[in-house]
Design a binder for this molecule. Structure first.
Ligand SMILES: *Cc1c(COP(=O)(O)O)cnc(C)c1O
Length: 221
């Protein structure tokens, strides 16, 4: 199957749902990204700032760039002029830096709060109390160039479908709780980013609005 066939496959899988595809392009050269774009892909996910900043000028301007990897505050400036969504928000400090950099360009950058739902210790992300502490802070309420549009998480790397469903449903629960408590009138708070090549079907069944798919489109990295 070609890259283009694979993009069409996912477009068919998502037709009629509220879920969209983030094509995860990390490690792949711009020629392959262009092939995905030509097949209709518009949301691209990269996990490294330098790589995203290098690819961005080589590709069409209507791509929505999503950063999906851990972001150090001192690197926000390299992607602030163009990044659409930072899916890996894990601190107030990062939000404040996004605010500062986005303001320079007169832009609003979207962000997803990344939660820790996986069993593995190594997977980063916030707990619910940590996320609520951020949302309740005066510093957060003062942000004008950052908009929290939802939540994101990486599930445990396991074939155990019961566990995966439980984790996805946990993230959806956080989303619903935060929507009720902090974003009741905010139409823009609508994204639940979960599901990758191996588990996207379960994620969609549990309410994902953004699946992040790399290897099922481009092959193994
Ligand atoms: C690499 C990556 C993906 C895509 O993983 P695949 O298994 O290749 O689909 C999704 N989310 C994050 C955060 C990633 O780093």
């Amino acid at each position: 199957m070609s890259i283009s066939d694979n993009i069409h496959f996912f477009q068919n899988q998502l037709a009629g749902t509220d879920c969209r595809l983030v094509t995860v392009t990390k490690t792949h050269p711009v020629e392959k990204l262009q092939e995905a774009y030509d097949a209709g892909a518009r949301l691209f996910g990269e996990n490294k700032v330098q790589e995203m900043a290098a690819k961005h000028p080589e590709l069409p301007a209507d791509i929505e760039w999503h950063l999906i990897g851990h972001l150090q505050t001192n690197k926000v400036k390299y992607i602030a002029p163009f990044v659409h969504t930072i899916q890996s928000i894990d601190s107030l400090k990062l939000l404040l830096e996004m605010e500062k950099q986005a303001a320079k360009y007169g832009r609003v950058i979207n962000g997803l709060l990344q939660f820790h739902i996986a069993a593995e210790e190594t997977k980063t992300g916030l707990t619910l109390p940590e996320a609520e502490e951020i949302l309740q802070s005066d510093a957060f309420k003062g942000l004008q160039h950052v908009r929290i549009t939802g939540v994101m998480a990486i599930a445990t790397n396991t074939p155990d479908e019961t566990q995966l469903r439980r984790e996805f449903s946990e993230l959806r629960g956080y989303f619903e709780l935060l929507r009720t408590r902090y974003f009741a009138d905010a139409e823009y708070f609508r994204e639940i980013s979960m599901g990758m090549s191996s588990d996207y079907k379960l994620a969609i069944a549990e309410g994902s609005t953004l699946i992040r798919v790399g290897s099922a489109i481009f092959g193994a990295r």
